[in-house]
Design a protein around this ligand. Structure first.
Ligand SMILES: [Zn+2]
Length: 149
């Protein structure tokens, strides 16, 4: 029992009181900030946030039922996006979907984009990636951004 089975219901991540009509256990704000899944990605988010030059690393709602881990060098501008990588059949190529993998180890599909959301020059989509190769990709991206001035 989680002690949250009778009204007033409270958000599981911030404790805000939810309306009696709500059949959810998380408030709208925390939901759209990906707070529900943040514990599953805590290690990777911390590693990414520790990379010099990284402004933010966060789970972001990208529309519909879609989510991504987005790493930014500034509030607006170039970014790296990580989503789940999958294979329809073992032995075939990897593909990606606009959802998060089950946890921080992935498999991830990681890509770098410019401020207009076009793929960044000189950095191919990386998949499948683990949390180590995701972190290495972001370090490489940050080096390129720094060199580009
Ligand atoms: Zn909340």
């Amino acid at each position: 029992m989680d002690g949250n089975l009778t009204p007033p219901f409270r958000c599981v991540t911030c404790g805000r009181t939810l309306g009696p009509q709500d059949d959810v256990r998380i408030c709208r704000s925390c939901y759209f900030q990906g707070k529900l899944w943040e514990p599953d990605f805590k290690g990777l988010l911390a590693e990414l946030r520790a990379i010099p030059g990284v402004h933010s690393a966060a789970l972001e709602h990208t529309g519909g039922g879609c989510w991504a881990l987005i790493v930014r060098a500034a509030p607006d501008g170039p970014y790296v996006m990580g989503t789940e990588a999958f294979q329809d059949d073992p032995g075939w190529g990897w593909d990606t979907d606009s959802i998060l993998p089950k946890d921080h180890d992935g498999p991830w599909a990681v890509g770098a984009y410019d401020a207009e959301s076009e793929p960044a020059e000189g950095l191919d989509l990386l998949m499948p990636a683990t949390h180590e190769t995701f972190t290495a990709y972001v370090r490489g991206w940050m080096t390129k951004l720094t060199e580009a001035g």
